[in-house]
Design a protein around this ligand. Sequence first.
Ligand SMILES: *Cc1c(COP(=O)(O)O)cnc(C)c1O
Length: 419
Amino acid sequence: MSATPLRKPSADTAFDVERIRADFPILHNVRPHGKPLSFLDNAASSQMPQQVIDRIVRYETHEHANIHRGVHLLSTLATEAYEGARRSVQRFLNAKEDREIIFTTGCTEGVNLVMHGYGRKFIGAGDEIIVTHLEHHSNIVPWQMLCEEKGAKLRVAPIDDRGEVIQEAYDALFNERTKFVAISHVSNALGTINPVRRMIDVAHARGIPVLVDGAQAAPHIAVDVQALDCDFYAFSGHKVCGPTGSGALYGKAALLEKMQPFKGGGDMILSVTFEKTTFNTIPHKFEAGTPPIMPMIGLGAALDYLSAIGMDRIAAHEHALLEYATEQVSALDGVRIIGTAREKAAVLSFYVGEVHPHDVGTLLDEEGVAVRTGHHCAQPVMQRFGVPATVRASFAFYNTFAEVDALVEAIRKVQKLFG
Ligand SMILES: *Cc1c(COP(=O)(O)O)cnc(C)c1O
């Protein structure tokens, strides 16, 4: 394959990636094996800019207290910061109301909350739940657990050789027993962007609610839950430059109100007697106990940071990186790219000849290039492509074309070693 390089510098200058990189201390502080760091494992967890770190430090040094309960100054400040973060999430997702945003410890907890709060109440024996073959384990296993408990059935929409969900096959799964749909917006293993608006419309035509797993979409593309008309949208804070232990679930108010609480405890009640407990209003009904306050405040700061750059500009820069990387990597002899969907975001999964992905990952690390190897918590995807694992490079807006070049050079070294 011919390798005419894309015009890389122009895209970089327009975006001023170096100015953005200056916000991320870790990119400069760490030199793996004495080499410059090329951090290409953003789909697993992204890095945190100084603005988010500063916000966390300010909370811990000037505002720390428990929320919602105190009348003293610090508790008021902490509550304002926490509820302010909720409004940041609301703006980021363009949700209609801030009470439609529930803080979670991550995407996994968001899916589990919907499984317990909605699924266990409204899904019964013989009912069917539709997922796709692209899902992350955290959007498969909770639904399997529910099916096991209720005697319901999981139906799986297949994918084609590019890694796209076959839409006719998805449509054909619907019948009178279908009660719920759970689909990813972007696949973490392959980068496929699903046509979720279309898939939601198909479900809504039958009155069926849809949960979207947005863990890999929220960091990369502008999300508008009202435009999508999804019923639930879950994502993780640590993949959008926020702290681990943070995340959010969007749910339409009418649905959240019908649901049962996920956990019982303090803060989720209005009154408690041994005879009867009255649950609090949404979102508090779903936030039992003292939440991870600091991580959520960090999450709010992270989303404000991304919005200030602009999700459309982030998406454009990452798209240029992905195109360049796809072209350069596929030009290498014997490298097979897994996942060639027409609409993709920020993920390049591949295989280097017969070399085991773990060996590739280890050798890339020696060159300073951080990638992920393994099944990426999506074993069904690996099974579909007949591979046990892949090497996955995943990009963030702070990555550069030079880092793609470093990746390509490092793969060449692997090939020489095994050639
Ligand atoms: C990472 C990821 C999850 C799980 O997120 P956690 O932060 O581990 O809870 C779910 N779905 C997708 C697509 C992911 O990439």
